[in-house]
Design a protein around this ligand. Structure first.
Ligand SMILES: [Zn+2]
Length: 309
């Protein structure tokens, strides 16, 4: 019996050691490069969701797409043991931007949430705000001038809306979008929500420094956003477009795509490229895409492109 017991103990030890080795390999695989900032423009269908993941594991989620598909994306890009999202920014209260937030608030500990305070009476949105308060999220209304210090040399400046929109109404909520610039050392990202050319003009008139290496174009690539004048000043190398595969709005518009071409801006789009994942050490930016739809292999999730700027 003693021999049998010893064998069992030996086998158990071997299994334990193997588990430890496998877990070690897994954690090393999950560990982030401590100098890398990731900005993932997620393929959530017709909507917007952008995950900013800092070198110290700090996250900002800008919009959450139309539905619970955001959860699978967050589990893909966040370590499984990280259940905290330091900041959620809701650019404007349209369903294709806040629809997934209910589930995010249920599954993650969201510390802070920035909104604009613009009037949006839909019961769904009111429920979301009540849920945030109930969950203890620090909800703040923000406008031009708000600065976010993420630590690790990462800063975000809120450029729009230009004024406090608390209790104000607007016929086109897109024009109330929070526009923010994310800066990490030498590299920058301009994130424009669904801003229209009217809001872009206000930004230019206010002489904000909107120049950026990467532009997340406004309103899913609508022809009424991302004007020639705006592109002249932002002067990005790369544009990211968040639009649903075969969406009913015809986003992104051919006119917008032509404008990007004329300005010699390389564009990536979630409807063709899947997730668009930028990583930067502050000196160079790499971009990976998750899908091969562009090459007509919709079943493939293999990486399609890898470019260095
Ligand atoms: Zn939208």
């Amino acid at each position: 019996m003693l021999v049998v017991h010893t064998r069992i103990i030996h086998i158990a030890s071997i299994v334990l050691v193997m588990c430890a080795v496998l877990l070690g390999v897994y954690f090393v695989g999950q560990a982030k490069d401590s100098t890398q900032l990731t900005v993932a423009v997620l393929d959530v269908g017709q909507g917007d969701a952008i995950l900013v993941d800092g070198p110290a594991g700090q996250q900002i989620l800008i919009d959450a797409g139309p539905d619970r598909s955001i959860l699978a994306k967050l589990s893909e890009y966040m370590p499984f043991y990280d259940h905290d999202i330091e900041l959620v920014i809701l650019t404007h209260p349209h369903l294709d931007h806040y629809g997934g937030l209910h589930e995010v608030l249920n599954r993650y500990k969201v510390h802070h949430m920035y909104i604009t305070g613009i009037v949006q009476k839909s019961p769904d949105y009111q429920d979301l705000l009540a849920q945030a308060v109930e969950k203890g999220v620090d909800v703040q209304e923000v406008w031009r001038g708000t600065q976010v210090d993420m630590g690790s040399d990462i800063h975000m400046s809120i450029f729009a809306p230009m004024v406090n929109l608390h209790d104000m109404s607007m016929s086109d909520l897109n024009e109330s979008s929070i526009v923010a610039k994310l800066v990490y050392k030498q590299k920058s990202f301009l994130l424009t929500g669904d801003a229209t050319d009217t809001e872009e003009k206000a930004l230019l008139d206010a002489k904000e420094d909107v120049s950026a290496d990467v532009l997340k174009v406004g309103h899913h690539g609508s022809e009424y956003s991302t004007s020639d004048t705006f592109l002249d000043v932002v002067h990005p190398n790369v544009a990211a477009i968040s639009a649903g595969f075969h969406n009913m709005f015809g986003h992104p518009s051919t006119r917008l795509l032509n404008r990007l071409d004329r300005h010699d801006i390389q564009s990536f789009r979630t409807d063709q490229d899947g997730d668009i994942v930028f990583t930067t050490d502050g000196d160079t930016i790499n971009v990976n895409t998750s899908s091969s739809r562009r090459f007509h292999f919709p079943w493939s999730t293999a990486q399609a492109l890898y470019t260095i700027y």
